[in-house]
Design a protein around this ligand. Sequence first.
Ligand code: S3P
Length: 431
Amino acid sequence: MKGRAMKILPIENLRGEIKVPGDKSISHRSVIFSSLASSTVEIENFLHGADCLSTVDCMKKFGVDVQIDGEKVFVTGNGLRGLREPENILDAGNSGTTLRLLLGLAAAQNFNTTFTGDDSLRQRPMGRVIKPLAEMGASIVGRNGNKNLPITVIGGKNLCGITYEMPVASAQVKSAIILAALYAENPTTIIEPAPSRDHTEKMLSAFGVQIEKVGNAIKIFPAKSLTAPEKIIVPNDISSAAYWIVLAAVTKNSAVTIKNVGVNQTRTGILDVLKNMGAAIELENLHESGGELSADIKVTSSKLRSVEIGGAIIPRLIDEVPALAVAAAFAEGTTIIHDVGELRVKESDRLNAIVNEFNKISRGSFEATATDLIVHGGREKIFAECKTYADHRIAMALSIFGAAANGVEIDDADCVKISYPNFFQFVMRNT
Ligand code: S3P
């Protein structure tokens, strides 16, 4: 269902303290991994976005006790081998993380599970996760030659450990393999082309799983049980903070502090690139919880210059490319972002969305090849009516683009509920 249209007016500046919601990746993992332990885990600062609620819904249908109590979530699992056969098809909604991680988990169960998802998720590539799981001995059948949802996992298979060289850096695929590897007969080794976010490795280590890391290789040992901490505190999401970081950097007289943001090294590519572009960004109050680093991020307005990036930094900022494209549109010179072909298979084809919609605000600024994004900075910006393609990150990037330029009207503001339900508290104007 299509959401409300929303008009965003230009802002003069952005000042003050901002709290963004809990980290989406860590919220998913906190519920899934706690479901595999056998004590009650309290999850604080859980992201109550639609994607993470899809994960909660699926885990409940696997027979896990998940209670939402205001901001908090309490999960009481039945142990590593305590999941039950769902009565019905599981719906992962818009969430690639829910689906891909749970495919890995379902592959190791002794019952069958069928998954589906929304219009976007049903188009997204699932062969990349089915292939390694099948090598481990899983039996998985999907539409369109095992590429797309709906997908059925046939349970009751004994899995064996494999050595798997991943063709694309993907934390979702890596995590699916890691979950299946917990149940395998022998250890599994995963080799990544470049490091992707490592929240799964960090959190499962805190749950007592033996995971060894040597360079880009990760070795996972089968587990007998998981031992959960009493409490997991989810840091705030750097991917949500990215919109305010960029907006503060590109609007005059701005100074914001975004509190307690997760700054895990595998997620901070956006900070590194913006600093290279000349943005004034400082980290304060660095601290650690459950193996994850957090900090307050302080940003003040700056004059930005273009950059050329690609390679290993890309997985460290993949979800922030739409926000980065906005920063590049205000920078002096032409920014080139190589190796972002993965953006074509996210919640929408994000390269296509950027070229079609961002150019309505700044004509001729954005170009894309199959794998690269080119942004010509400093060109004229006008008010425009733009489409979000029902993609939360396109909606939020368009909103800050309009706020920093001459305003924008987006056709579907509600899609931000996927990762940032109260995003428009800051820039909202109903049409
Ligand atoms: C995620 C991994 C990334 C990212 C997504 C969340 C995760 O996807 O884009 O938003 O939580 O593991 P890929 O694994 O497809 O790169």
